[in-house]
Design a protein around this ligand. Structure first.
Ligand code: ARG
Length: 552
């Protein structure tokens, strides 16, 4: 049987969502039908004529499906063996391009543990889109312009210390930022000074420009060190300053199109005429443009440079939800395709219960966090860094999360180390087995069964019980591709994270209950399942941006 596109055995063409039914329901998959008649859906599934579906029955608003486990075993194992690190991928995005903006930290400020969440979500989405067949263009929209930078420049001119800067530039700039914000809170004068200084910078003042460039350079070096630790890279690095030149045109365009208005010498205002979207400014009466104008220019640049994009995705915290809705609506009113712009919001990260704040200086630098994690993970960087990434992804994005070392590094569940440990165990068994069994070989990417002719001969006798540990593990291996599909469809990496946690649990149950290495007719199948499990864990963690360790 040739199942070129395994995904969910053709079911994905019929069902929006495929679920694993709760324990106690005697079925392997359940398809909720709330808008369609389940009997019609059941007929469509039967018409697929897939030998894999032994029973297709309607129960209430669900269609329940039971697998023929023997067919499932040969199908799934063949597929994992053939696809290896691409097992679980699909081609739904073939010939499509997605533009993905994420990270976007600000110059002269450190990336902190809060940015870990943005980086983790963005990186995982990039890989999820890639695994769904898309061409992915990634952009890091660095905050290298504007008043908050002007304040730091001012603070440096006033209180900057060359030696402290050279020793630890970002720490020094952060201290200056904290100090200048405090002083501004006391007196407005400094704010005026910063505004004047920003004007000079924009006008091209050589000395300020050189200082600004110096800050940009040290920040970029700093960011890139962190990105290297996270294995993140971007196609586009244009910061806010790059888009300055397009702002006058976009404001004129908004005025000409009647989307923005300006009273004589007054500010330029956009009113979306929507009670949910308050009016906002593009330019103040003194001529200074605002953040919204820049975002309109950025959006237009993206559409112009990448006319083929299907979606432009913004991974930005949920506190900017209203703002981005205003921007996207304005673009729509100006005649651009509003529906292409997607905000992927996420909740706040607190550190052991305390709010992170650059302004008060209550932060843990991301780089230090990653190093600390590695130290706590006995120096194994895949485990330490993985622990932080997983912790940022394991909850639905919309929830706020409290980062805690205990949970992140837990060895008993819902953590990267727990899942990685299952992988390491699987690998250890196969290493032991391979000396005795030539049907397995090690490859750089892991362990693969060498499927021989006689390999599946006695499959039937050892997997015939559909509730055996073997069968349960096998069904989860099959379901992996559906988890990938759903995570992609909902921009929700936590679906993969949750899947992997359940998978590691099931693998551990199997491993504890079944004498995998024992001689006998089940040995080959069991070892193959171990190999396939290792592959699924490795592939799933990759989708989250997490590497597997060699040893633990
Ligand atoms: N640099 C901004 C910040 O730290 C995030 C940028 C979000 N992206 C955008 N296109 N506005 O808040």
């Amino acid at each position: 049987m040739n199942l070129e596109s395994l995904i969910m055995f053709g079911l994905e063409k019929i069902a929006q969502k495929i679920e694993i039914p709760p324990a106690g329901v005697a079925a392997d998959l359940a398809i909720p039908c709330f808008t369609e008649d389940p009997r019609v859906v059941a007929e469509k599934i039967r018409a697929l004529n897939n030998p894999l579906f032994q029973d297709v029955v309607v129960v209430g608003r669900y269609v329940n499906i039971s697998f023929d486990v023997v067919v499932l075993a040969s199908t799934v194992i063949n597929e994992v063996t053939r696809q290896k690190e691409k097992y679980g991928w699909n081609d739904m995005g073939a010939n499509k391009t997605i533009f993905l903006e994420y990270s976007s930290p600000n110059i002269a400020k450190p990336m902190h543990m809060g940015h870990a969440r943005n980086n983790a979500i963005g990186h995982s989405l990039a890989r999820l889109y890639q695994a769904s067949g898309y061409t992915v263009v990634t952009a890091n929209f660095i905050g290298d312009w504007g008043m908050s930078l002007a304040k730091i420049l001012l603070a440096y001119q006033k209180w900057g210390d060359e030696a402290a800067f050279t020793k630890d530039p970002i720490r020094h700039l952060l201290n200056l930022y904290v100090r200048v914000t405090e002083e501004i809170a006391k007196s407005g004068e400094l704010e005026d000074e910063a505004r004047a200084l920003f004007k000079m910078l924009a006008a091209g003042d050589a000395e300020l420009r050189a200082l600004w460039e110096k800050f940009c350079a040290v920040s970029l070096t700093d960011f890139k060190r962190v990105y290297a630790m996270l294995k993140i890279d971007f196609d586009i690095w244009n910061g806010e300053s790059f888009y300055e030149r397009f702002i006058p045109t976009i404001i004129d365009e908004a005025l000409v199109k009647g989307v923005a208005t300006q009273a004589k010498d007054g500010p330029v205002v956009v009113d979306c005429n929507d009670p949910k979207l308050p009016p906002f400014l593009l330019r103040k009466s003194d001529g200074a443009s605002l953040y919204g104008a820049r975002d309109l220019a950025v959006a237009k640049w993206r559409l112009t440079e990448y006319p083929q994009v299907e979606k432009i995705v913004y991974v930005v915290g949920h506190e900017q939800e209203l703002y981005l809705r205003q921007i996207f609506r304005t673009l729509g009113k100006m005649g651009y395709p509003e529906e292409k712009f997607i905000h992927v919001p996420y909740g706040v990260v607190t550190l052991e219960g305390k709010k992170i704040s650059t302004r008060t200086g209550n932060i843990v630098f991301l780089e230090e966090g990653l190093r600390e994690a590695t130290k706590r993970a006995k120096g194994i960087k895949e485990v330490g860094i993985g622990a932080i990434i997983y912790n940022m992804l394991s909850m639905g994005r919309e929830h706020d999360i409290a980062f805690s070392w205990g949970l992140a590094l837990s060895l008993t569940g819902n953590s990267a180390p727990y899942i990685q440990y299952a992988f390491v165990r699987a690998k250890a068994i196969l290493e032991k087995a391979k000396t005795a069994d030539s049907r397995f070989k090690m490859q750089d990417s892991g362990i693969h069964p060498v499927a021989g002719d006689s390999f599946f001969l006695n499959l039937e006798s050892c997997i015939v019980n559909p509730s055996s540990h073997e069968a349960r593990l096998l069904k989860l291996i099959a379901f992996y591709s559906e988890a990938v599909r759903q995570a992609h469809a909902l921009n929700a990496p936590h679906i993969v994270a949750t899947f992997l946690n359940n998978f590691a649990q099931e693998f551990n149950r199997f491993y504890d209950a079944v004498p995998v290495l024992a001689e006998g007719e089940s040995r080959a199948l069991r070892l193959t399942l171990v190999g396939a499990s290792a592959q699924v864990i490795k592939n799933g963690l990759w989708l989250l941006g997490i590497d597997v360790p060699e040893r633990m």
